[in-house]
Design a binder for this molecule. Structure first.
Ligand code: ADP
Length: 487
């Protein structure tokens, strides 16, 4: 069902190039569907390399002026953009729920969290400080300037259709960069609504461009990563695609940030507050029906409390209500498409065939082919695929462990390292484990770690670069050193 928007003009079905809403020159479009029932929401232009090159060219031309705006001018645009997002939060959340499927309350949370990056980077834009460095040569003085890197190519996924864009675009604009963004083909309308608000906030033409495509995704990526005018690629998505984009970006030596897949361990030690740990594991695992890169992927529970934890955890999961995100009773929505359901089912079947027990869920839902019931698996072992693969769905696998050393070794036995969580009330253990986990972000007695003020990013094959925080701006700047002689 189409949600009723207060401002229907936020629902755009065209790309944005050089300040103009644009179709594909071929007239071709792709269809965007509601994950609840696969009903058509609308269409978007199937753009080709030609349109992407035009968008890049518009961004290159706009950069000539935009790079010379004052930080205060850019800050003012970002503040206004933040304010407009908050004023239109209900509409943004409805569009988000419609195309992504997450419950409306969660979508509202994402709008708030996502918009916070505009506010944060509005505040950071005016603090692009350099250094004054004493020189090794008598009479010389050195200063550094932080300058915008140039045109930025941004590729984002469907799981956070607003926040994944704002945390890149907010930083890019604050630094004085211009942007060409390709949102996930499943969720282009949140991105386009953001762009409409960006125009209203005063973004000059060509500063923020959006290209859309589904079947042409590879070509769009190829243009963004090989066009010499693009000086930076920022990507959030799978590790497999990240590797392709990094390889392609090497051709013109672009600066890169990659926020890729995770496989977060969530460890509950004997000395933890169990109620807190259960609540944390529920929030961390099942947010967005398990479709976030920082969701708990492997829940390790120490032997002495395993049964108690499992019982309390399953009770909570049994209280979930699966359904449309617009239904106020719904706690969890569908997965993004039936391929996601098929993958989750495959992982569950693999685990049960190797001895895991289904504690709840585990069978396809009758609500429709994109729905997967929240599932808990017990008796998990390290030879099961879930120990290595990112689930990206509502399956909580419980592993029992004996000692701290064992669980650290298990937690780190993966190629990726994005988030990790653990619960303990022993201060010495907290330091040891926080330092030993091979991840970019750790939650200690805390399961929701995303915050615009905190650096977000991974290690190992989860990628590199940090988003948000005082470091987020560095990804979009280059340091120039200027040496003054004869002073
Ligand atoms: P997900 O499973 O979250 O969609 P992907 O890594 O496949 O993860 O996709 C993330 C984003 O990258 C999406 O916008 C998608 O369209 C885009 N994408 C996928 N493959 C490519 C590619 N070869 N080149 C450029 N972008 C791509």
């Amino acid at each position: 069902q189409a949600p009723k928007l207060k401002d229907q003009s936020l629902f755009k079905q065209q790309g944005l190039i050089n300040g103009q809403w644009a179709d594909a020159q071929s007239g071709e479009t792709f269809t965007v569907t509601d994950p609840v029932n696969n009903a058509e929401i609308g269409t978007c232009p199937e753009m080709t390399r030609k349109e992407v090159a035009e968008a890049i060219d518009a961004a290159r031309k706009a950069f000539a002026d935009f790079r010379n705006t004052t930080p205060r001018e850019r800050s003012t645009i970002l503040k206004k953009w933040h304010q407009l997002c908050m004023e239109n939060a209900d509409d943004l959340a409805k569009i988000l729920t419609w195309e992504n499927g997450k419950p409306l309350a969660e979508a509202q949370g994402e709008v708030k969290y996502g918009s916070a990056f505009f506010e944060w980077f509005a505040e950071e834009a005016v603090r692009l400080y350099g250094d004054v460095i004493p020189s090794s040569t008598k009479g010389n003085r050195i200063i550094t300037l932080k300058q915008p890197v140039g045109v930025v190519g941004i590729i984002t996924p469907w799981n956070f259709p607003i926040a994944m864009i704002t945390r890149k675009v907010g930083a890019a604009i604050a630094a004085g960069c211009t942007v060409v963004c390709k949102p996930g083909a499943e969720t282009p309308y949140s991105a386009l609504a953001l762009a409409e608000l960006g125009i209203r906030a005063g973004l000059p033409a060509g500063v923020f461009n959006i290209v859309t495509g589904e079947k042409n995704t590879k070509d769009i990526g190829l243009e963004l990563t090989t066009n010499p005018s693009v000086r930076k690629i920022s990507f959030t998505g799978s590790t497999a695609v990240g590797k392709i984009l990094m390889q392609q970006s090497a051709s013109t030596m672009k600066k890169c940030s990659f926020e890729l897949g995770g496989n977060a361990p969530f460890i509950v030690f004997d000395d933890a507050d169990i109620d807190l740990a259960v609540a944390g594991a529920i929030a961390c695992k099942f947010r967005a029906s398990g479709q976030t890169c920082v969701c708990a992927n492997r829940i390790y529970v120490q032997k002495g409390i395993y049964d108690k934890f499992a019982k309390a955890f399953v009770e909570k999961v049994n209280g979930f209500k699966l359904g449309s995100g617009f239904d106020p009773d719904t706690t969890h929505g569908p997965l993004i498409h039936d391929r996601a359901v098929a993958k989750v089912k495959e992982l569950v079947d693999d685990a049960t065939s190797k001895g895991a027990k289904v504690l709840t869920g585990g069978e396809k839902s009758e609500l429709g082919k994109n729905f997967w019931p929240p599932t808990v698996l017990g008796g998990m072992t390290n030879d099961m695929r879930i120990a290595k693969d990112e689930i990206f769905g509502a399956v909580a696998p419980l592993f029992e462990f004996e000692s701290e050393d064992d669980v650290i070794a298990l937690a780190n036995d993966t190629d990726v390292g994005l988030a990790g969580y653990f619960y303990s009330n022993n201060v010495n253990r907290i330091w040891r484990v926080a330092e030993a986990l091979e991840v970019g972000m750790v939650g200690v007695n805390c399961a929701i770690i995303s915050d615009a003020v905190s650096p977000f990013g991974g290690v190992k094959e989860s990628g590199f670069g940090r988003e948000g925080s005082k470091y987020g701006l560095d990804e979009y700047t280059v340091i120039k050193s200027v040496t003054f002689g004869n002073t």
